[in-house]
Ligand binder design. Structure first.
Ligand SMILES: [Zn+2]
Length: 423
């Protein structure tokens, strides 16, 4: 091998080579293809997925590796990777020698799209975990709502995750996505994730958004308030936190079936006024019920009217109560965080269908949470405010410059971006 290299070198130096280059040296090497940190051209590459009944040993045996060698590899790899954790349906790659034997030299297992485990036994045995390179591509999007935001996104071929992120992470406290109106419109700057430059890995993050609800604008800018802990929050253009101390609803994707109404009349009770001091969210039995704010569980019990219910005290002013659960998940004294699951939707107690009756207490009396000016979550610190305003200025300009799809002749706003990126 060394001689061959030397010959190549000497061939280049000498205009009249003494020795004819061998056929092998004359072959033009195909372009190098790297994956998992290997030049795939150095091997015969065999790709497959773990099948039912497969174990590391079975796969190796099928690929003609002797049992003593398999045992030796398994023993040595043990401390770095549990070879029994191979899951059916997950892909693996075998790098085999480029000769007639095609003996396996390397086993690569992919537990998910991003990570892979290498057991390299070309010479000595090495086992390590690594990740595929990730790239992020920034995109812009705008849309007008006709029916629902999910439908608008679907028509544009955008992942529904974008809707979840807008509804549950960014605007969960400011806009009630159950009550969007025809003509509400939005613009989003977000990043898509790509693994190995080719595999779509989903929406990574929303950098900024603009939502126009009932003609009122709501800006949202992502900002890292704690670079050490990596805490990210969304703030409006005046550096006000979009999060509130309370979630708008204790269940996701529900429908309000009955609002707080002190003058509700019910035919069943002879049309007499039966005030409803809660807000009913209809959702299927078993849907997780979340604490709408941080607090301490002060009641977790059962009564004939309430069924299974939980009451959480948030501070000296506010408490919330959740009724008709099929199952309670917390006990008195537990501390719960906003969004923690405290029970499951059911129809225990006095109820005609599966829902959670959400009761909101302020200074000891029940009020309509939708009519309250609820306290803002942790505001941005004064020292960060200037930095925030500087950081969002160009982003806001970018957001403002995105036009609504319906206003332009271009059918797909993404195409427009791609064109502008190319230019
Ligand atoms: Zn109710």
């Amino acid at each position: 091998m060394l001689i061959a290299v030397w010959l190549v070198a000497s061939c280049k130096e000498d205009p009249k080579p003494q020795i004819e280059p061998t056929e092998e040296l004359a072959v033009i090497q195909p372009e190098e293809v790297y994956e998992f940190g290997f030049n795939l051209n150095d091997f015969i590459v065999k790709r497959d997925t773990v099948r039912s009944g497969d174990t590391f040993g079975v796969i190796m045996e099928r690929n003609k590796l002797g049992y003593p060698k398999i045992y030796q590899i398994a023993e040595q790899a043990k401390s770095d990777f549990d070879i029994r954790s191979l899951q059916i349906g997950k892909p693996y790659t075998l790098l085999c020698s480029k000769d007639t034997l095609q003996e396996p030299k390397c086993f690569i297992y992919q537990p998910n799209k991003e990570e892979y485990v290498v057991i390299n036994f070309q010479d000595s045995i090495h086992t390590y975990k690594s990740r595929k390179p990730i790239t992020y591509v920034e995109k812009e999007l705008s849309g007008v709502i006709n029916n629902s935001i999910s439908q608008t996104l679907e028509e544009k071929g955008i992942s529904p995750r974008l809707a979840y992120k807008l509804a549950d992470e960014i605007y969960a406290w400011t806009i009630d996505f159950r009550r969007l109106q025809k003509g509400d419109r939005f613009k989003v700057i977000y990043t898509d994730k790509y693994i190995d430059d080719s595999i779509y890995g989903g929406i990574n993050e929303i950098k900024a958004a603009y939502f126009e609800h009932k003609s009122e604008p709501f800006y949202a800018f992502e900002f890292k308030t704690d670079t050490v802990k990596g805490i990210v929050d969304y703030f409006n253009e005046d550096a006000k936190n979009l999060r509130r101390a309370f979630l708008k609803a204790p269940v996701k994707f529900s429908r309000i079936s009955s609002r707080y109404n002190l003058r509700r009349r019910i035919a069943l009770y002879g049309n007499r006024i039966r005030p409803h001091k809660g807000t009913d969210f209809a959702a299927p039995v078993g849907t997780p019920i979340m604490a709408t704010a941080n607090g301490t569980v002060v009641k977790s019990s059962y009564t004939r009217g309430n069924g299974n219910y939980v009451k959480v005290k948030h501070n000296s002013v506010y408490s919330t109560q959740y009724l008709h659960m099929s199952k309670r998940k917390v006990k008195v004294g537990d501390f719960v965080k906003q969004g923690d699951v405290i029970g499951l939707v059911g129809m225990t107690g006095n109820t005609s269908g599966p829902h959670v009756c959400y009761r909101f207490w302020k200074n000891g009396s029940q009020v309509d949470p939708f009519k309250q000016k609820l306290p803002e979550a942790k505001p941005i610190s004064d020292s960060l405010k200037t930095r925030f305003l500087d950081a969002i200025a160009p982003v806001k300009l970018q957001l403002d410059n995105i036009s609504f799809a319906e206003e332009t002749l271009l059918e797909n706003p993404l195409e427009e971006n791609l064109i502008s990126q190319v230019q």
